[in-house]
Design a protein around this ligand. Structure first.
Ligand SMILES: Nc1nc2c(ncn2[C@@H]2O[C@H](COP(=O)(O)OP(=O)(O)OP(=O)(O)O)[C@@H](O)[C@H]2O)c(=O)[nH]1
Ligand SMILES: [Mg+2]
Length: 500
């Protein structure tokens, strides 16, 4: 047989092998035939069942994708991602947010207590803030002129976390007044310890080793817990009613009572002119830091305190890892819809965990803190925050996985930006290419154009981009922006599912 003949014999044998149902064997008895036909029928039945199952799974995925809107919040640490998510919760799932109130109260209390312990440590000259990377220019959020703290994953009280990181101050002995506050407010060390322990009780062990940047956050009221399941539900009353072994409610009640007993001293500590003088001599402006509640201590340390939505928006809880938040819409117009938010940790060490979420979202909401123009990153004090946001934006725009994803850019923290510009800080001193006036509208317009140009230049294909300026701690103005975001996303989803 020729080679060609062999090849054609082989291919016809293969053809017979692959044929379904298989050709009958040459010498088949009636019984064999009946058995074969029955086997073939059964095989066909199983195969059809598998096909039907696959098709119904495909339809379920399509249905889920139609019913579910998936959004990924991106941006550097402290750009306001989690705060924006809280605004979405407030607008569309207010009851669910209200149910988390106990958890947020613990965070707010921890923010407050850390500020108090920080002041006492600083002014009783156990420690002094480390020097700024920019000589004498003070950058409240990023300069590092605040002592470092352990995060909630490290349950040791504030004072112990100073010892390794800070030089001893050359200042002489603390004043009698500070010594008195130190004594009177010493029970707050225990409150800090209780709250930190309770907030980090889930996964604390696993998160502690993996988040060096969070451990050295250097912020008076910084709190971080491992994201995802756990910490909020843990603090819901009904969540621990069934767990007789936990002593959480008692511990929490103790902490609240101690805080309430210290209330008058906390208020007078913050009102003390010598404390204010001491802080300003050290170049520390606590009121400009995230999670600042000292000016509300009278109300917040009260045993009856219930957090308001404004308080919840201002609470600072650093996100570690990626948190999934499923919002089942409570509002009439959106009832039944589900929006799934992926809220990521924005610090540099966290960014590698973003990518797996890129190929499964309807839209990206990217936040840039416009106030970052005169700040540096906590995790790398040589990097300007605005520059870091530009670079991050470039990277996100360039991603092929996000090629056809809708983009929403929020130029956030406009209130802080405006206050700084009004106080005389020149935007052009930090952004050399800026030539316009030192006022909010001009600076925002400059940033808007800059981000749009980068998007245009770096995107692999044309794509929708919506830009808004926001102040995420202002409920009313943010609500108006959220409605526009909702409309834009819904319209895009309808187009994508051929319903328009
Ligand atoms: N004044 C002001 N504060 C804001 C604004 N947006 C957010 N904040 C505050 O800034 C702090 C940080 O905001 P977050 O939402 O926790 O920041 P994040 O982007 O989630 O940060 P990571 O979780 O570390 O990635 C919080 O205390 C917020 O209350 C704003 O527009 N204006
Ligand atoms: Mg966050």
């Amino acid at each position: 047989m020729s080679l060609k003949g062999k090849a054609s014999a082989n291919s016809s044998a293969k053809h017979i092998e692959n044929h379904w149902p298989p050709y009958p064997p040459p010498k088949e008895t009636d019984l064999d035939k009946a058995l074969r036909v029955e086997e073939e029928r059964e095989a066909r039945r199983v195969s059809d069942a598998i096909d039907r199952e696959l098709e119904s799974e495909r339809q379920a995925v399509r249905r889920r994708q139609k019913e579910e809107t998936r959004l990924l919040l991106l941006g550097q640490s402290e750009s306001g991602k989690s705060t924006m998510l809280k605004n979405f919760q407030l607008a569309f799932t207010p009851k669910a947010l209200q149910a988390e109130s106990d958890a947020w109260r613990a965070v707010i209390h921890l923010n407050l207590v850390r500020s108090v312990n920080f002041i006492i440590d600083l002014l009783s000259n156990t420690v002094a803030p480390h020097s700024t990377p920019y000589g004498s220019s003070y950058h409240p959020h990023g300069s590092g002129r605040t002592p470092q703290h352990s995060n909630a994953g490290d349950t040791s009280p504030t004072v112990t976390s100073f010892t390794h990181h800070h030089r001893m101050s050359a200042t002489p002995q603390p004043s009698a007044e500070i010594r008195r506050y130190k004594l009177a407010l010493s029970p707050l060390r225990q409150v800090e310890m209780i709250l930190a322990k309770q907030l980090s009780v889930h996964d604390a062990g696993s998160s502690r080793g993996s988040i060096p940047n969070a451990l050295s956050s250097g912020r008076a009221s910084e709190v971080s817990v491992r994201g995802g399941r756990g910490w909020k539900s843990l603090l819901r009353r009904r969540a621990y009613e069934d767990l007789p072994t936990t002593n959480y409610p008692e511990e929490l009640e103790n902490a609240r009572q101690i805080l309430d007993a210290c209330r008058a001293d906390i208020v007078s500590l913050w009102a003390s002119s010598s404390v204010q003088l001491g802080l300003s001599e050290e170049g520390v402006a606590l009121q400009e830091q995230s999670g600042f509640f000292l000016d509300q201590a009278e109300r917040i340390a009260d045993i009856e305190y219930e957090p308001t939505f404004d308080d919840i928006l201002k609470a600072r809880l650093q996100t570690i890892g990626v948190e999934e938040h499923r919002l089942v819409m409570e509002t009439a117009a959106e009832t039944g819809q589900q929006w799934v938010f992926y809220d990521v940790g924005g610090a540099r060490g966290q960014r590698a965990s973003w990518v797996p979420f890129f190929d499964d979202v309807n839209a990206i909401i990217f936040l840039c803190s416009t106030a970052g123009f005169n700040e540096v990153l906590l995790e790398d004090r040589t990097v300007n925050r605005l520059l870091d946001s530009f670079n991050l934006w470039k990277t996100v725009c360039t991603s092929k996985l996000l090629g056809s994803t809708q983009f929403i850019l929020l130029l956030n923290k406009t209130d802080i930006l405006e206050a700084r510009l009004k106080s005389g800080i020149q935007f052009s001193s930090y952004v050399k290419s800026y030539k316009e006036g030192n006022d909010l509208p001009h600076v925002i317009e400059y940033l808007r154009k800059k981000f749009i140009a980068m998007h245009h230049h770096h995107s692999p294909q044309p794509r929708q981009l919506h830009v808004h300026s926001t102040c995420a701690v202002d409920i009313d103005t943010t609500l108006a922006v959220l409605m526009r975001i909702r409309d834009a996303i819904l319209v895009t989803n309808l187009i994508a599912t051929d319903m328009l």
